[in-house]
Design a protein around this ligand. Structure first.
Ligand code: F6P
Length: 292
């Protein structure tokens, strides 16, 4: 049996654990497409044994490399990728919603495909937990916990921008964990007057203010400058947490979820269950659902 694995889109902490678990099961039968669909198109396909490294199994990143590959949506490049995919009995695609579409398209063209959700944003359709989320939240909390005491010392407000692309899930979870004073997770919650009031009251009471902002809503510098201008003093700062959320050491929950996803993948391959998405439910058990 020949199994092909690829990571696609942004890397997510936990990917390496998933890869390791899969490798432990399939060894020489397992291959990977270098940096995702790009490698599939170009035929950059290698045995996983050439990159596997046990010492990296609990580290962030991915030994197979990953990339965003908009070309895969074009018929010409898709066909090239499809031809290479045809050499395998199974193709496993690991990534977010965009990658899921690529996996579905391969399945519709006769490839035995399995999709596994891996994105820190945790915004995969029908899925309660995608690999990377717990670590991304942990890193957001870490950044805030390690800088708020300094803001407390000066009664300052700080806007922390966290990742999440179009999804509010990281911002909401981080805000909940640090008991933030305000969370801007979507356009509706971007209420400047309310935010100003909170900062003002805290400042008058010699208190700091912790604000969590989801990326792609408003430029944190612009927001900070605007608030400081209105207060006519510099009492607001900002900090972009950003990419440290992707590179953070995977949490125990992350590693457990990655292992669960790998076990389910093995079950699917053994039972020849293809054309499926692996999705964690509310109890964080991994289920299979057909592509939609
Ligand atoms: O999708 C994961 C993610 O980390 C998003 O939270 C973020 O918006 C995006 O990737 C950043 O992508 P890139 O690293 O390609 O700029």
């Amino acid at each position: 049996m020949k199994i092909l694995f690829l990571c696609s889109g942004g890397d997510a902490p936990g990917m390496n654990r998933y890869i390791w678990e899969l490798y432990s099961k399939f060894k020489k039968d397992l291959y990977f497409a270098y940096a995702g669909f790009d490698g599939l198109i170009k035929g950059k396909i290698f045995p996983l044994s050439s990159v596997i490294d046990k010492s990296l199994k609990d580290e962030a990143g991915t030994v197979t490399k990953t990339s965003r590959c908009p070309e895969f949506k074009q018929a010409k490049y898709f066909k090239m990728g499809l031809e290479n995919a045809k050499q395998f009995d199974v193709v496993i695609v690991f990534g977010g919603n965009g990658s899921q579409k690529g996996a579905k398209q391969l399945f519709e063209n006769g490839i035995n495909t399995i999709f596994v959700p891996g994105t820190i944003d945790n915004d995969v359709l029908d899925c309660e937990y995608s690999i990377g989320f717990s670590t991304a939240v942990k890193e957001g909390v870490y950044a805030i916990d390690n800088s708020m005491p300094s803001n407390d010392a000066m009664d300052l407000a700080c806007i922390y921008e966290v990742m999440g692309r179009e999804s509010d899930r990281i911002a909401l979870k981080v805000a909940e964990m640090v008991c933030a004073d305000y969370c801007i997770s979507d356009k509706k919650s971007l209420n400047l007057e309310k935010l100003k009031k909170i900062i003002e009251i805290n400042y008058e009471n010699q208190l700091s203010t912790c604000i969590v902002l989801r990326e792609n809503l408003i430029d944190p510098k612009e927001l900070t400058d605007k608030l400081n201008q209105e207060f006519q003093k510099k009492i607001v700062r900002f900090h972009i947490v950003g990419r440290t959320q992707r590179g953070g050491k995977p949490t125990e929950e992350e590693l457990n979820m990655a292992t669960k996803y790998a076990k389910k993948t093995v079950q699917c391959i053994k039972s020849k269950t293809y054309g499926v998405r692996l999705l964690a439910n509310l109890d964080l058990d991994v289920e299979t659902k057909p592509f939609i």
